[in-house]
Design a protein around this ligand. Structure first.
Ligand code: LMR
Length: 394
């Protein structure tokens, strides 16, 4: 029965985890999968999560199913975090809990598929390596819009706008709210405004991947594009993840928010979405979302979380600076200032796949094949070795 299947190559990001673990060189560096690391190279559980978990241990009396739409403390909390105070009628919006951001994207893709067979989703070139496979698996067509120039390490902003102008009315545009994965390069608020104006004129529907809120410039600052969009569009899809900003990677905590034109449509969208959820994974996992829900309902814990998140963001910014300075000190022929300009965990280093391979084989430095680095893997201790090694392969 299975003989017609072909072999699927391993995921280019996830395979780095096992390759890195199998490497026994003491000076190896992991700049692969997007997981935060502190100055000692550890990925600790946030202390505010530990507190919420203690609370859950004490108060949760049951492991019975939660509802299909998830925990209301969680869904209300993340909705408020993204949308802020707004005047949208509540009956046009719903947020459901999902098993991480990836499930949210997949559920949204399934929803698009049943809403219109001809719909096409436009993704940035480049984009997160799982966007296209998710759309593909749901049977949704996709095309790419220009986004990043690997020669100049800047946004291809004018080309992106030109492309958006020519996208057929009713198509969907998948965008990263902040901390663009893999480049870390985001439009500024003025550029977002221009993107929104063109999309409005061309009747395009925004689909936002909000996986890194709080890691670029702050929780509210990072939500600027979303908040501009809810003023401008009457239909909007947002997939969010708490993997990075709550450090809950393996607990699979995410949400899907859909804003519809009116309350009648919203009811239908919600019921169809819940049917998709029921047939894919049924009720969502509880633990991580219950911890987030508890934190977001408790002012003291929320404030503690914001402080921890600030530390995370500041460390990422510092490591960007340290790497950029260390590289500048090594070579004056290459410009690495884009590493400092980018946001969040990722940047393109600006090296070729062959050089990426050489860094792995000769120096034990691991990154995604196109030269995407996770800056959280950099420490003050390893930054010089990293810069020296990059210099050697350049
Ligand atoms: C990444 O891009 O490294 C993360 O989002 C983890 C993943 O699942 O790819």
């Amino acid at each position: 029965m299975f003989e017609k299947l072909s072999l699927i190559p391993p995921d280019s990001i996830l395979k780095i985890i096992s390759e890195y673990n199998a490497d026994h060189r003491p000076n190896k560096i992991d700049l692969g999968v997007g997981v935060y690391r502190d100055a000692n190279g550890n990925t600790p559980v946030m202390s505010v999560i530990k507190k919420a978990e203690k609370y859950l241990l004490k108060t949760q009396e049951s492991k019975a199913y939660i509802g299909l739409a998830g925990d209301p403390d969680f869904t209300d909390g993340i909705q408020k975090l993204m949308l802020g105070d707004n005047n949208l009628p509540k009956d046009r919006i719903f947020t459901i809990q999902t098993a991480g951001g990836s499930s949210s994207l997949r559920i949204a893709a399934e929803l698009l598929k049943i809403s219109s067979k001809d719909i096409c989703v436009w993704v940035s070139e480049p984009t997160w390596n799982n966007h296209e496979p998710i759309l593909d698996s749901a049977g949704v067509k996709y095309k790419v819009y220009p986004y990043y120039d690997t020669k100049s390490n800047e946004l291809k902003f004018d080309q992106m706008i030109e492309c958006l102008k020519n996208i057929p009315s009713g198509d969907v545009v998948l965008m990263h709210a902040c901390c663009h994965n893999p480049t870390g390069m985001d439009p500024n608020p003025d550029q977002w405004q221009q993107i929104i104006e063109v999309m409005q004129k061309c009747n395009l529907i925004p689909f936002i991947d909000n996986a890194y809120q709080g890691l670029a410039n702050g929780l509210d600052e990072d939500a600027i594009p979303i908040r501009l969009m809810i003023e401008s569009f009457d239909e909007l899809i947002i997939s969010s993840s708490c993997s990075k900003n709550f450090g809950l990677y393996r607990d699979r905590v995410g949400g899907l928010t859909v804003i519809s034109r009116n309350s009648e449509i919203a009811k239908k969208v919600r019921s169809n979405t819940l049917r998709i959820v029921r047939t894919m994974s049924s009720v969502p996992p509880d633990h991580g979302a219950a911890a987030v829900g508890h934190i977001l309902c408790d002012e003291k814990l929320s404030n503690e979380w914001v402080l921890e998140l600030n530390d995370t963001r500041n460390r990422l910014k510092n490591m960007r600076m340290e790497l950029s300075n260390a590289l500048k000190a090594k070579t004056d022929t290459s410009d690495f200032s884009h590493i400092e300009k980018a946001n969040g965990m990722f940047s393109y280093l600006g090296i070729s796949p062959t050089q990426v391979e050489k860094l792995k084989l000769d120096y034990g430095i691991y990154m995604e094949g196109q030269g995407r680095i996770n800056v959280a893997g950099i420490t003050s201790e390893n930054v010089d070795y990293l810069a020296d090694s990059v210099f050697e392969v350049l």
